[in-house]
Design a protein around this ligand. Structure first.
Ligand code: SF4
Ligand code: SF3
Length: 526
């Protein structure tokens, strides 16, 4: 196997051998390569032949499947590969019967990419990993009935490029275009979420679990949560969010369910400890699923493209009966049980998307003009297990009292239970939502730049980002597409960025690795 798509990759260079750091076995990694190669073949087939909605769906699901911590199941991967090949057979029925095949629509051998010149490999990785992340967002929008032709068409063009012997000058514009198209995709998902579930409102979320049966739902898919809330109505079962599902509490059409009670647990990398012997089932709608431990293996359920050997999968009929029955059987805690965040807080706040923040834009602008707000920090992105990630907790703790912290994605669990006080009635830490709500941060930054009649780079705003998986890649590319400079990135830089490409990013965008909270704060505020 060879895989270097996430931040925890072995030795900061690549997972090889029997299994990756995430627990993905080599046979699974090879199947994911085979799936990607089949998607490249399908994209080639669709270059001169009409695709359908079904083709789009297969492309999106296939890409989403290969995101880190989504699918560990060889059986479902084989099924997905078969679906891709079957679809290609439908798109180009003549190819299979051709007596002298030209190879144009053949599956691509991913080894060719992994063994290519390091700069080509680096650019292709940025494109491929970027569209994997973007596919997850496109999927969440798609299940709510929202699609976009520009986004869908780009998946094919990007996959086509992965399979071609393109040079750097062909690939570099595509890298930036990945960021551009991902902005469209995030805008679509934002619209899908807010038009379906309402505009998020500031909401306090308790970390206590009430006695009685409950279900924990994790991942990013709000539609699954909505269906689960409907199916558990009046059944005496409470629902708790986990991980990236936390921002769901802020959406009016979700928060109206009285049995959506609170949030359980902290960031994804703590799940094996926090789910041990939990008296409730856990439903995974997306990443981050870690290898399942025996102490809770009988209560893990998956849906969508998430899959793990031997765990019960809820299929497209979305009948959550097995999860509900498990919740009733396990019965939950006997008494109300208090939990805390990693800093000891007993509640967290969420719901500060662009709707809320721009709703008080005048106040925020006045506070900046009067000097009450000296600086904004966007401290956001993925969490992970690497020791250096406590940088983000320390950074936030050390920010001066006249600064605001915007945050999003699961990295916030490092500090979202801290009470850092308020400025002008707003908490100093504003949780904007999931990782795709980077769109909210962009909207706010652009609005502030307009109000101050300057560029986003001239604002008193600094981005201090953490990355782990491929959604962070597409978001980073979107920020670059918008021309945002001087982003600090950690805890380590991606292994798939070659020295030449890194130099390009440093020269053109001023990207820098995080150092220490003290030094970075001094540099930013100095
Ligand atoms: Fe390694 Fe990350 Fe790939 Fe898993 S997803 S095999 S940890 S690089
Ligand atoms: Fe987290 Fe896995 Fe990326 Fe949506 S849940 S941000 S790591």
């Amino acid at each position: 196997m060879f895989c270097f798509q996430c931040e925890q990759t072995a030795g900061c260079s690549g997972c090889t051998g029997a299994a990756g750091v995430c627990g993905k076995k080599s046979v699974t990694a090879d199947l994911q390569d085979e799936l990607t190669g089949a998607l490249v073949g399908l994209a080639h087939a669709c270059m001169n032949n009409p695709k359908t909605e079904q083709t789009d769906r297969i492309i999106i699901e296939g890409l989403f499947t290969t995101i880190t911590n989504v699918n560990f199941n060889d059986e479902t991967l084989r099924e997905m590969i078969a679906r891709v090949r079957e679809e290609k057979g439908r798109v180009v029925p003549g190819c299979a019967a051709c007596m002298s095949p030209c190879g144009n629509t053949s599956d691509y051998d991913m080894k060719r990419m992994w063994e290519a010149d390091e700069d080509i490999r680096s650019l292709k990785s940025l494109i491929l990993f970027g569209i994997r992340g973007m596919a997850a967002y496109a999927y969440h929008a798609m299940v709510l009935g929202y699609t976009n032709e520009e986004v869908n068409d780009f998946f094919y063009r990007a996959l086509f490029a992965v399979g071609e012997d393109f040079e750097m000058e062909d690939l570099l514009p595509l890298v930036l275009e990945t960021g551009k198209v991902n902005l469209t995709c995030m805008e679509m998902l934002d619209r899908a979420n807010t038009e379906t579930f309402g505009t998020p409102v500031p909401t306090e979320v308790p970390l206590m679990v009430e006695k009685g049966p409950f279900i924990v739902i994790t991942g990013h898919d709000l539609y699954d949560l909505k269906l689960l809330l409907e199916q558990t109505k009046d059944k005496g079962i409470n629902i708790y969010t986990h991980g990236e599902m936390l921002p769901a509490h802020a959406y009016p059409e979700l928060k109206k369910y009285p049995h959506l009670k609170g949030n359980f647990g902290t960031a994804w990398q703590n799940q094996q400890k926090e789910f041990a012997n939990i008296p409730a089932p856990v439903l995974y709608t997306t990443n981050c699923l870690m290898p399942v431990k025996e102490s809770y293996a009988d209560r893990v359920f998956t849906t969508e493209v998430v899959s793990y050997p031997e765990m019960v999968h809820i299929g497209e009929d979305k009948d959550f009966t097995p999860v509900i029955e498990k919740a009733l059987e396990l019965g939950g805690y006997k008494e109300d049980t208090a939990f805390t965040g990693i800093n000891g807080g007993t509640k967290v706040m969420t719901g500060f998307g662009h709707g809320t923040v721009l709703g008080v834009a005048d106040q925020v602008i006045a506070a900046v003009k009067s000097g009450d707000i000296r600086h904004f920090f966007l401290v956001g992105g993925c969490d992970g297990a690497r020791v250096g990630r406590n940088y983000y907790t320390e950074f936030v703790k050390q920010t001066p009292k006249d600064t605001m912290i915007l945050t999003l994605a699961c990295g916030k669990y490092r500090f979202n239970d801290l009470d850092l006080g308020t400025i002008g009635g707003l908490p100093r830490i504003l949780d904007m939502g999931q990782c795709n709500d980077a769109y909210s941060a962009i909207r706010v930054a652009v609005a502030l730049a307009e109000a101050f009649d300057c560029g986003v780079n001239e604002l008193p705003l600094s981005m201090v980002l953490s990355w782990y998986e491929q959604k962070a890649v597409c978001i980073l590319l979107t920020l670059l597409h918008l021309g945002i400079k001087n982003i600090k990135l950690g805890p380590t830089l991606p292994a798939f960025i070659s020295p030449n490409i890194l130099n390009y990013l440093v020269d053109n965008y001023g990207i820098a690795p995080i150092t220490t909270p003290e030094a970075d704060l001094a540099e930013i505020l100095g």
